[in-house]
Design a protein around this ligand. Structure first.
Ligand code: PMP
Length: 321
């Protein structure tokens, strides 16, 4: 769909995947005025298309748009458009375990203008791509490098917005971590490099002495839909979950006293990714002897079960059509 100031959203259409035509002066190319979302479609055993809490993605997109001076979309109209597209492309939804059809809604500023000002024109698109498991290790634990120099996003900057700049800021550290054999970096806060933010493109959880902790949302941590869902599942199981500011020292000390039982990341791409090892400056420590923990495994099975329809959905999170 296209947007222009004065006309609003218009020209909703489905067209074959093809290169975009953009003016070289398009605002998105110079100032990064763009937002995106990510979600997945699954096919049920009866051949129906399944989506997991898709309205939340369009609502979160509108939050990102507000921060980026971009126009909102109507979440219901976008969900209808997505469902129509998925019906047409149903054959692309893979069914092997761990696979799905990744959905990328995004909006770009298309006005040709070299001054620094919000665009008067936008394009909103949804593209699809079949995906397998996020990590080559599958659900096996990953090694994480704690990043002490660079930060991903800061409150007051583009913070929690799902916008290109926050991901551009993350590339250098990710590259260094990958070269050293780490799957992801763990981000610390932008002021003191002391408090834990998130892991790569996942929110992070720690099981310490029988309780689960996750960093409280603080204006820079992404409000993950998987994060919210995991908190709800744990509470449904009556496992205590505490959202609070967590320092890297606290996690290291929990490890030293033998109380760090599990750690895992949560996100649409990986669903649950157990963490087997942390490197933080000169310290290296293993979590659960580098093995997948019991709670991580149970959460993975439960959430993927709900998403694929292999398990009941007591929360009413999924839609099937
Ligand atoms: N943090 C960041 C930085 C991300 O990009 C993502 C992926 N959207 C997440 C966390 C996890 O969010 P969600 O559970 O909504 O996929």
């Amino acid at each position: 769909a296209d947007y222009s100031a004065g006309h609003g959203w218009h020209d909703f259409r489905i067209q074959p995947y093809q290169p975009l035509v953009l003016d070289p002066s398009a605002i998105v190319l110079h100032y990064g005025q763009t937002v995106f979302e990510g979600l997945k479609a699954y096919k049920s055993s009866t051949g129906k298309i399944r989506l997991f809490r898709p309205r939340l993605n369009f609502e979160r997109m509108n939050e990102s748009c507000a921060r980026m001076s971009m126009p909102a979309v109507d979440p219901d109209a976008m969900l209808d458009a997505l469902m129509e597209l998925l019906q047409l492309e149903k054959e692309w939804i893979p069914t092997a375990p761990g696979t799905s059809l990744y959905i990328r809604p995004f909006m770009i500023a298309t006005e040709a203008y070299l001054g620094v000002a919000p665009s008067q024109k936008y394009q909103f698109m949804i593209i699809l791509s079949p995906v397998g498991s996020y990590y080559k290790e599958g659900i096996a634990p990953v090694k994480i490098l704690v990043e002490n120099q660079y930060v991903r996003a800061v409150a007051g900057g583009t913070g929690t917005a799902k916008t290109a700049g926050n991901y551009a800021a993350s590339l250098k550290a990710q590259e260094t971590a990958a070269a050293e054999g780490y799957a992801q970096v763990m981000w610390l806060d932008g002021v003191e490099r002391k408090y834990i933010e998130e892991v790569g493109s996942m929110n992070v959880f720690f099981k310490i002495d029988g309780k689960v902790y996750t960093p409280a949302l603080n204006g820079s941590i992404l409000d993950g839909i998987t994060r919210r869902s995991i908190i709800d599942i744990l509470r449904y199981w009556e496992v205590p979950v505490i959202e609070k500011r967590i320092s890297m020292e606290e996690v290291r000390d929990a490890h030293r006293t033998g109380k760090l039982e599990e750690a895992w990341g949560t996100g649409t791409a990986a669903v649950i990714s157990p963490i087997g090892e942390f490197r933080w400056q000169n310290e290296l420590f293993y979590v659960n002897n580098g093995q997948t923990g019991e709670v991580s495994a149970r959460l993975y099975d439960t959430l993927t079960g709900i998403q694929t329809g292999e398990q009941p959905d007591p929360f009413g999170w999924t839609i099937e059509f």
